[in-house]
Write a protein that binds this ligand. Structure first.
Ligand SMILES: NC(=O)c1ccc[n+]([C@@H]2O[C@H](COP(=O)([O-])OP(=O)(O)OC[C@H]3O[C@@H](n4cnc5c(N)ncnc54)[C@H](O)[C@@H]3O)[C@@H](O)[C@H]2O)c1
Ligand SMILES: N[C@@H](CCO)C(=O)O
Ligand code: NA
Length: 425
């Protein structure tokens, strides 16, 4: 049987594991695909630096490798260019593409799918969202007959690793980030993780597939974890909550709302026990009800597992005929600005313990039509701390409330402001 030839672009954390699995599982893969799966070449930036992979396969000429006789291009380089150009070229040449690149898929999915459609090639990217967890295929295929209303979860391993450490040991933010990079979880530029860009790209991909609409990274409201302080972590702990960076994709009437931000969730919530580089995603669909997906969201081998799964799928299509799903963006739903999305806030204030302080704070909430769910005051001297949790209200109203409260003469400091998720509103 004629082998399926694979051009591998990139051989870093994920790529080296793809090479290892292709070698170690060659016989099984051949049996599953119906033809041997062979590496045609490996494109890297510096071929002299890769001693663990067969030298004769290495090249610095990624464009040349794409133009060779490879049937499939597997891309684990990352970033937008030159990858976008390389993958468009591959698809136009009729080569199927497997990619782990969320940044690119969240920006250029429409263009890539159009190129795939023109030539009849496949485009798979399971590894781009939530690493090893089978998530995109269940959304694209298993749930294609249902109406998905919400997708919410933890989709970035690096920030979850950092927040878990801050919560468990009070560990220092910077040191923990270095550790996450050393373990191969973080992006080449880890600001993509800590500032929420990576999670926003994944949220855009999830929303696009779940709601059959085109959502790009720029449509996603984004806040990272760099502003999360030990005071926030302590405030959450006092209230029986913990802080997680959440990606939330919702269908609201004929629009979608997609946001990424840190949020306090109850410690009893299933997402609260998702620690380290693990990810977990809840999906709510009208007929299916609630579904939960959990597993390793980052790291070389787990991500390579998802890449290999996609590679088997596209290789099977080459051998036996057939194509994977195309882009489904027919719904063309409007993206709702975050200000119009209903959220809940937690607010922790350092105030003077004087008569009338609570009334002046409560008046600001009333003025913005924000209803208070719970208030707790601690301290009876000059210094008191006031903790307020709101009911659901438009995010813009909550933001204005916080801004105005911060300016009240009786408020010495806003110690912590955080959205609250995962409990009744
Ligand atoms: N590391 C993870 O846990 C993980 C998980 C899921 C998805 N991903 C995604 O997988 C991709 C790769 O991640 P990684 O952690 O393996 O990155 P990495 O930085 O470890 O490896 C990148 C590789 O690409 C090569 N490369 C860079 N520019 C190149 C160019 N112009 N031409 C040819 N080769 C080039 C480098 O030589 C290196 O081998 C990214 O899109 C990332 O977002 C990573
Ligand atoms: N940097 C990403 C890799 C997995 O996509 C993360 O930490 O989740
Ligand atoms: Na995945």
């Amino acid at each position: 049987m004629k082998p399926i030839k694979v051009a591998l672009l990139g051989c870093g954390t994920v790529g080296t594991q793809v090479v290892r699995l292709l070698d170690e599982q060659a016989d099984d893969l051949a049996a599953r695909v119906g033809a041997p799966v062979e590496l045609a070449g490996i494109a890297v930036r510096r071929p002299d630096r890769h001693r663990d992979v067969p030298k004769h396969l290495l090249t610095a000429d990624a464009a040349g490798l794409v133009a060779s006789d490879a049937d499939v291009v597997v891309e684990v380089i990352g970033g937008i260019e030159p990858v976008r150009t390389l993958l468009l070229d591959a698809l136009r040449r009729g080569k199927s593409v497997v990619s782990a690149n969320k940044a690119l898929l969240a920006e250029s999915a429409g263009e890539l799918f159009a190129a795939a459609d023109e030539s009849g090639a496949d485009l798979y990217f399971e590894a781009a969202v939530a690493g090893a967890i089978p998530l995109l295929r269940p959304l694209r295929e298993s749930l294609a007959g249902d109406r998905i209303t919400r997708v919410m979860g933890i989709v970035n391993g690096t920030t979850n690793y950092i927040l878990s450490a801050m919560d468990e040991t009070g560990a220092n933010y910077g040191e923990t980030l270095e550790e996450a990079s050393r373990l191969g979880y973080a992006e080449a530029d880890p600001t993509a993780d800590v500032d929420g860009y990576d999670a926003a790209s994944k949220a855009a991909i999830l929303a696009s597939i779940a709601f059959h609409s085109r959502v790009t990274a720029g449509d996603v409201y984004r806040e990272g974890i760099s502003a999360v302080t030990s005071a926030d972590v302590a405030a959450a702990r006092t209230l029986g909550r913990t802080i997680k960076l959440l990606a939330i994709c919702e269908r609201v009437d004929d629009s979608v709302a997609v946001r990424v931000h840190p949020a306090m969730i109850p410690r009893s919530h299933p997402l609260a026990s998702v620690n380290g580089a693990f990810n977990a995603v809840f999906v709510e669909a009208e007929a299916a009800g609630q579904l939960m997906f959990y597993g390793q969201g980052a790291g070389g081998a787990p991500t390579a597992s998802a890449v290999l799964g996609d590679l088997v799928a596209v290789a099977r299509n080459r051998v036996h005929g057939g194509r994977g799903p195309r882009e489904s963006a027919y719904a063309a739903l409007e993206v709702r600005p975050v200000g119009q999305v209903e959220t809940r806030y937690h607010l922790s204030l350092d105030v003077a313990d004087k008569a009338g302080v609570l009334a002046s704070v409560a008046a600001v909430f009333a003025e913005h039509d924000v209803s208070i769910a719970a208030v707790r005051q601690e301290g009876r001297t000059d210094d008191a701390s006031l903790v307020i949790v709101t009911h659901a209200a438009p995010d813009a109203a909550l933001k204005s409330t916080v801004d105005k409260v911060a300016g009240l003469p009786a408020v010495r400091e806003v110690v912590s402001v955080m959205r609250v998720e995962g409990e009744d509103s």
